[in-house]
Write a protein that binds this ligand. Structure first.
Ligand code: SF4
Ligand code: SF4
Length: 112
């Protein structure tokens, strides 16, 4: 019969009790080589929907810039100036967060 008081393997590992797995002190030292290398590649290639920014409707609240997880909202002189479609992944967060009503200043459309 299984002992119901036994800790799950991941808990034993976190406490360093599981000797079959290495603890963090036994792991080889790793490194992050260069930061920001995605700038060198078009990482938005697999997007299936894209944001369309409407300059006339935009109230420049910058919420889209704050929430975009890919830093794809282009800012010029402290204002939104467009969207970097080479790196935008089409997640739609900018459109979801845009507060303009009834039609948002960013809408998502299917990628062609
Ligand atoms: S769709 Fe996503 S990745 Fe693209 S600009 Fe909006 S928040 Fe950023
Ligand atoms: S969230 Fe909407 S209104 Fe605010 S800056 Fe972005 S596009 Fe403009």
């Amino acid at each position: 019969m299984k002992n119901s008081k036994q800790s799950p393997p991941e808990e034993k590992f976190l406490r360093g009790e599981d000797k079959k797995l290495k603890g963090w002190k036994q792991l080889p030292i790793g490194a992050i080589l260069d930061a920001g290398t995605a700038k060198n590649y078009k990482t938005g290639d697999w997007r299936n929907i894209r944001p369309i920014w409407n300059k006339e409707k935009c109230i420049q609240c910058l919420r889209c810039w704050i929430y975009c997880p890919d830093s794809s909202i282009i800012i010029k002189d402290g204002k939104v100036d467009g969207i970097d479609l080479d790196h935008c992944k089409g997640c739609g967060i900018c459109a979801a967060e845009c507060p303009v009503k009834p039609v948002k200043a960013i809408t998502m459309v299917p990628e062609k």
